[in-house]
Design a protein around this ligand. Structure first.
Ligand code: ADP
Ligand code: MG
Length: 423
């Protein structure tokens, strides 16, 4: 995938109406109070928004929030269980579901952060949005309602894309977390407007794209997390790029079992054992160093206060399960990143959510914070682990896109990036 894309700096934005796709899909309090529990994604959008406003653009921001269809389905299920006739629910229930997923709280928070009013539209491409967009002046910002309130959004409906595009002169994409989805507001609009990237996407492309295309070597990839099956694409792609691949987390037990090891009650995907052996063979053929755990911290239950012991890899007793890499493995893995030029890390080394089994993940995070290598973290849980353990500001780059960063590392084309103008 060509990742050299035009950015907001490569076009004249002065006096333009700019449709800006952001990722404002922020976590909200479950009680329906509209309280945003983490505004990281809103903050991440500020540099591009400020640049556009300061350079004389009128900004029409848009984003999705949650899954309206699923929220509505859950509502109907609950009411039906209470004995209501589903046919009577449609209108009222759909409205209620939409209220919960309104971007109104985002407009308020964004306004506070920017120190200026964020005008909120009552719809996405309806009369209110159209009127407010038409009246918008340079230096002002309008936020459209949740793009998924329009059924055409997730279908990448050209009619919806055309309506969105008709409000603006330029499209700027800065929602890296959504570029792996071909929707009307992430891809469709680019057919009708010149399309460039904002600073957030530019940084993701430069750093991750650069590390995959022309890495500072040696390139060490650390892969963990729960399942081999969800990481095959990443392992496969990195096998052709990396100098060293380190395997940790739950998927290590499938590798161990494939080599005849005893893994007790550890996470195991028996159908993927052959694949694991193939990977080991392929790595040897390609001259890629593949490191597997030599010891493991196992527990007598999947619980934060479980009894634990350290055993050699492949020697996990019945009734026990591996929840973290062991101390010998920690040493081996930390040594391997010391002289790296680039480290790409996806997937925690253990169940870091339980402090007793977070040691392996923490040690690797610390080792990354101490190398002079370019360090890149991809994946939602990995980013959360690094933040939770307090190493977030010690990394070169923590990707803002969970699924998007994984597909990028798999070498897949990201439709929301492919549709932007090449440099
Ligand atoms: P990412 O979101 O960064 O791509 P994954 O979703 O693949 O990462 O994996 C993260 C999850 O893997 C975490 O919730 C963690 O608890 C789990 N995990 C790691 N090691 C183990 C293990 N040994 N057994 C069970 N789960 C594990
Ligand atoms: Mg995950």
């Amino acid at each position: 995938m060509n990742y050299h894309k035009k950015t907001v700096r490569d076009v004249d934005v002065r006096g333009k109406k700019v449709l800006l796709r952001c990722d404002f899909n922020v976590p909200m309090a479950k009680d329906g109070s509209g309280v945003i529990t983490d505004d990281k994604r809103i903050r991440a959008s500020l540099p591009t928004i400020r640049y556009l406003l300061e350079n004389g653009a009128a900004v029409i921001a848009c984003s999705h929030m949650g899954k309206p269809n699923a929220t509505y389905a859950a509502y109907v299920k609950k009411q039906t269980e209470k004995g209501k006739d589903p046919a009577s629910l449609t209108e009222e229930g759909w409205k209620k579901s939409l209220e919960q997923l309104s971007l109104k709280p985002v407009a308020a928070r964004l306004g506070q952060l920017l120190g200026q009013e964020v005008i909120m539209a009552a719809d996405v491409v309806g009369p209110d949005a159209a009127a407010k967009a038409a009246a918008l002046q340079p230096g002002q910002i309008l936020l459209l309602e949740n793009t998924r309130f329009e059924p055409g959004e997730t279908k990448n409906d050209p009619e919806l894309a055309k309506k969105l595009a008709s409000m603006a002169d330029l499209y700027v994409s800065d929602a890296f977390g959504a570029v792996h989805r071909a929707h009307a507001s992430t891809v469709g609009v680019a057919a009708y407007l010149p399309a460039v990237s904002g600073f957030l996407i530019q940084k993701e492309l430069e750093i991750i794209g650069g590390a995959l295309a022309d890495p500072k070597r040696p390139l060490v990839a650390i892969l963990g997390g729960s399942k081999v099956s969800s990481k095959i694409g990443v392992i496969n792609n990195l096998l052709s790029i990396a100098d060293t691949i380190i395997i940790g987390g739950g998927m290590a037990y499938t590798f161990s079992a494939a080599q005849g090891g005893q893994v007790g009650d550890s996470l195991l995907e028996p159908d993927w054992k052959d694949y694991a052996n193939d990977m080991v063979k392929k790595a040897a053929e390609k001259g890629v160093k593949l490191l597997l755990p030599v010891d493991t911290v196992c527990a007598d239950a999947f619980a934060p206060d479980a009894k634990s012991q350290v055993v050699k890899a492949g020697r996990i007793p019945d009734g026990w399960q591996g929840l973290d890499i062991g101390p010998e493995t920690v040493k081996l893995y930390c040594d391997a990143v010391k002289d790296a030029g680039t480290v790409i890390w996806n997937g925690p080394m253990g169940v870091f959510e339980f402090p007793a089994f977070a040691k392996g993940t923490e040690a690797v995070a610390r080792a990354l914070s101490e190398t002079s290598a370019i360090t890149i973290i991809g994946g939602g849980d990995s980013a959360a682990a690094v933040a939770q353990l307090g190493y977030a500001d010690k990394m070169t780059h923590i990707s803002t896109g969970g699924g998007a960063s994984l597909e990028f590392m798999e070498g897949k084309e990201l439709p929301g990036v492919a549709c932007l103008l090449d440099q």
